[in-house]
Design a protein around this ligand. Sequence first.
Ligand SMILES: Cc1ncc(COP(=O)(O)O)c(C=O)c1O
Length: 445
Amino acid sequence: MIDNALLLEQDHDHLLHPLHHPSAHENPLIFESGHGVWMRTIDGKEYIDGLAGLWNVLIGHGNSKLGDTAREQMSTLAYCSSYVGSGNVPAIRLAEKLAGFAYPTLNSTFFTSGGAESNESAFKTVRHYWKRKGKPNKTKVIARTYAYHGITLAAMSATALKVYWTMFEPRVPGFLHIPTPHPYRFEGELKAGETIGQAAARALEEAIIREGQDTVGAFIAEPVQGAGGVVVPPDDYFPLIREICNKYEVLFIADEVITGFGRTGEWFGLNRYGVQPDIMSFAKGITSGYLPLGGIQISDEIQDVIMSSPPAERWMHAYTYSGHPTCCAVALTNLEVIENEGLVARAGQMGKRLLDGLKALETEFEVIGNVRGQGLMCAVEFVADRATKAPANIGEKVRKAAIERGLFTRAIGDTIAFAPPLVISADEVDQIIQIMGESIAEVTK
Ligand SMILES: Cc1ncc(COP(=O)(O)O)c(C=O)c1O
């Protein structure tokens, strides 16, 4: 028997949570079990997991196949070093499975334990690549407004959301931000006749010219921005970005930590534009969150540079848990589940149902300024006034009202994000929409 009161006291006294502040942890929900899209707290209440954990639990909770795989691998080999000179079977099998899986020219994988580690690995790989190419000053990284790339120091510096920096500055030098092509809140300069996609791409070209082509190593972008509030780019944007990166010899890093492995209704976020990055960061969905695993995939060109380095200029980058056998074995089973259950197509279908349902609420509630989404990544943004788009400051209240009704998700200011597990049923999508309707009605009555 769990003593709930004792557990809450121990949590308060001994556990420092991500983004910790006691005011935000006065009545925490402590979850103990889950099944499909549902999670249950220690006091027996059931919630729809509206954000699939943190965008990661693609196959839903309680899939025993992953547990079986983990038990089997742990009983076979706990761990071994993947440092050069040794390796293990699941890591090799997973790297082989991933070769060309996301994009045809990305055939080599380095494993990490999560998203920020993946982006750190990407930034260091960019530096290594340009040093080997005789252009050691190409170290700057251009990122975008609304970006979230993790919050270790370099990743934090690529992240554009200032709240994550305030108490941790100075940031790592050499990271800068240009306007993201936010269809609802574009902050760049729009010239006559230009689309938002064209203007935002032009901002990249101008930044490269301003900073100096010889100093810019990479551009990093999430195909659909997640933690910044679910920002879906216009279709013309990424093809233009690819052209500009080619023109100025700037490596394109796609941060697919959220969009990878089916979330957007395509296997990977850039697939729909026919665009390939030079480096892809991934994490989260590769194991559906059952174990921590992430990584980068690099283009054949970058792989060649690493392979042909003299020993003294080797790619001296590593983590103890790179290629952890249990995490890699679980990832293989997870990918099998996604494939066998057709979850990528399902994300497209259920995502459309969710988006249509949320759009219907937009006609009902004046306080909704914008509804957006791609696949099973959707958001509702509240405004005080549709003309001025001034904040309504009700995001947290609506989130709490939704929790009362059994829907657990996250508010990003005035934006409520939805990214449920891809196994969600039509009925469960409708429940999310209904709960949102009731919660908005309660808060705005
Ligand atoms: C796009 C993106 N990149 C990187 C990260 C960082 O991942 P982690 O929290 O595993 O370090 C996140 C986390 O939400 C993310 O959404």
